[in-house]
Design a protein around this ligand. Sequence first.
Ligand code: UDX
Length: 438
Amino acid sequence: MQLGVVGTGHVGLVTCVTFAEFGHDVIATDEDQAKLEKLEVGDTPFFEPGLSELLQKHRNGKLTFSHEKRSLTDADVVFICVGTPPRASGEANLAAVENSAREVAGHAKAKTLIVEKSTVPAGTATRLRRVLRHERPDLRDDLDVASNPEFLREGAAIEDSLRPSRILVGADSGWARERMRGVYEPLIDKGVEYIETDIATAELSKHACNAFLALKISYINAIARLCERAGADVEMVAKVLGSDERIGPHFLKAGLGFGGSCFPKDLRAFDVLARELGYDFTLLRDIAKVNDEAVDAALAKVSDAVWNLDGKRIAMLGLSFKPGTDDVRFSPALELARRLIERGATVVGYDPHASEPAQAEVPEIEIAASAEDALAESHCLVLATEWPEFRALDLAKARELMAYPVIVDARNFLDGREALQAGFTYYPVGRPRLAPDE
Ligand code: UDX
């Protein structure tokens, strides 16, 4: 099939290379000409395992890039993957979605299907359909809209797209449904669960999934706050919870809370949507509140450990919102860094991939070239993002490098007993603090 993709951000670019890998011919557009030129020569604009290889494999073959929406005229299906950033009110800004759909429609042939892949609030497709009809009254029943929410996780995006746990397609017309089955035929043939719904259900499902995953994280973080007060162990509570099949073990890792381009933004957008629909979904605001408390709790531990923050050097290991990505959007690590800096501390950060974007986001952070450099003369080590390489940290050496022997492990990632043996006071999440005899 001939496919078009509008927007080469995280979702768009992964979508392009995946569809090319399925054997479709894909044309991707973006308004950023410089970005397209880089993609054409095989340069990826962000770090995502496996992406570069697939881009190299398909660029100038199954996958081509163009600045012009006109180039999408022959596409059977066009996927809108542009950003939907939050407005000040929390609602999603859908201007780019509307404008993209209008431009695509302006050049479209009959029976072009326009698909929302960006996360959009329920009701967006109805509005888009109106835009298409207004733009192309000549193709009134020959342009249609479908919803195909993306569930990929950053850092595992290629794997999630090539081997998704399920595919969700919302469509209201027979030809749109048939078209979408054609797009996903290679996966349907492999037995991947393919769920067809009406459009409103698909749109709402995406927000419902993200909010539920965020709920699980906030639930275990709230339990961590209780464990800290009760002297209980949140890791064991999570194990007990997870061993109940009805609850399941995933997304019960207590830590510094969730960040990233989806959960924080989607929660707020879902809240606004619910209110617009006349339902006050207070639970969503509680999820966000508990998420903020995770950063407060880490800050309180650092303060407890080093006493006055003024003039203290805090080594922060991990700056991205989670390991495996250089994305720092809504990163809880950076939120913690900001709060530490506001209180007079110096934050020296190190991240295997996200140092540069972190510095751009919070210029006051001092960036170190290695974990060891960050630790030198620091009064506290904060493990903020659990990159696998931090597990190999030489704690005895760290102890020698640091001014104070304190670790705040905001992800329960290091071995607390080892830290204690190396002479550290170790503050985990939702478990008792370990301290040498004082
Ligand atoms: C998420 C959804 O998983 C994905 O389906 C959707 O399409 C986009 O949003 P992503 O933002 O890439 O994907 O990251 P994810 O792996 O889900 O983690 C989100 C955040 O939650 C991270 O900050 C992570 O550190 C945190 N998290 C996750 C926890 O704190 N505890 C957990 O148990 C799981």
